[in-house]
Design a protein around this ligand. Structure first.
Ligand SMILES: Nc1nc2c(ncn2[C@@H]2O[C@H](COP(=O)(O)OP(=O)(O)OP(=O)(O)O)[C@@H](O)[C@H]2O)c(=O)[nH]1
Ligand SMILES: [Mg+2]
Length: 276
């Protein structure tokens, strides 16, 4: 799982393209998954972005635990990085983001010679970049009464008057450690099967127990007793009647069920990483 052997060529290309695109923008918005702000952060990004303005959005904040997300925001603030929570299901997050953009527009105006402020939205696969952009464009159009236009070529999307933004494909970096690959796989950022589902499910269960969030599991799988991850997976499968012909629990299907429940939000708000 580690090393370059699984790192696909299209990712390497995407990383090179990002480097080019960053040269064209005034401001880069890095989308992190609010449930895994550490593992979803591209370790090369700070170097690539250089001295450009950098905003971190803790996206899918509707899925993370509120208190943990707030602590992450403080953490980023302490390290000098501007960070905001965001979710397309939390309309109040839109105002914070638009306020930030308006501030930046004023701040960066002298350097821009009248051209629009350009921003780029980047992040790991499946973090919600395109959804966020569609949402912003729709909201911006509603605000200004203007129809957003899409430019050909580099796909600059006109946002508010005076803003243009660029969507980018999801990016991963080479040499992911297992410690990073597990959380990324849990939120669906890695191709299916990159991490073995049973291994991933056992890791997730152990983490939920370790964080004292067994109640989320008990609510979803009534009667579940906390214990060894494998035993819990067996109980989950048994409760759902996921049996094989010999009457044994189908652990593979139990694992898939748990992962799907986590990814669909059926376990409720659940943060997988806390700030240091
Ligand atoms: N819970 C929640 N889900 C979201 C949010 N935004 C997007 N999603 C979901 O996340 C999934 C991925 O969304 P995309 O917008 O396709 O993600 P992307 O980052 O553009 O993905 P790639 O282009 O493949 O890298 C979809 O199922 C969206 O519905 C959010 O704020 N909250
Ligand atoms: Mg996309």
């Amino acid at each position: 799982m580690t090393g370059a052997q699984w790192y696909p060529g299209n990712m390497a290309r995407a990383m090179r393209l990002l480097q080019e695109e960053l040269k064209l923008v005034d401001l880069a918005v890095e989308l992190l998954d609010a449930r895994i702000p550490a593992s979803s952060r591209n370790p090369h990004f700070s170097r690539l972005i250089g001295s450009k303005q950098h905003l971190v959005l803790l996206h899918k904040a509707d899925r993370g635990e509120r208190r943990v997300t707030t602590r992450w925001l403080f953490h980023f603030q302490k390290t000098g990085l501007h960070a905001l929570p965001f979710s397309v299901f939390m309309p109040q997050s839109l105002g914070l983001f638009f306020n930030y953009l308006t501030q930046q527009e004023l701040l960066l105006r002298p350097a821009r010679l009248k051209r629009p402020l350009r921003l780029i939205i980047t992040g790991i696969p499946n973090v919600g970049k395109s959804t966020l952009i569609n949402y912003l464009v729709k909201k911006a159009a509603a605000r200004t009464g203007d129809r957003p236009g899409i430019t050909r070529g580099r796909q600059w999307i006109r946002l508010l008057p005076g803003f243009e933004l660029l969507d980018t494909p999801g990016i991963l970096w080479p040499n992911l450690s297992e410690q990073t690959a597990l959380p990324l796989a849990a939120v669906g950022a890695l191709p299916a099967g990159r991490v073995e589902p049973q291994r991933l499910a056992a890791w997730l269960l152990a983490l939920i127990v370790q964080r004292g969030k067994e109640d989320r599991l008990r609510r979803r799988y009534p009667g579940l007793q906390p214990g060894e991850p494998e035993a819990m997976l067996e109980q989950i499968g048994l409760g759902r009647g996921l049996l094989m012909q010999e009457g044994k629990v189908n652990l593979e299907r139990s694992a898939s069920l748990l992962l799907r429940d986590f990814q669909n939000g059926a376990l409720g708000r659940l943060s997988l990483e806390e700030p240091p």
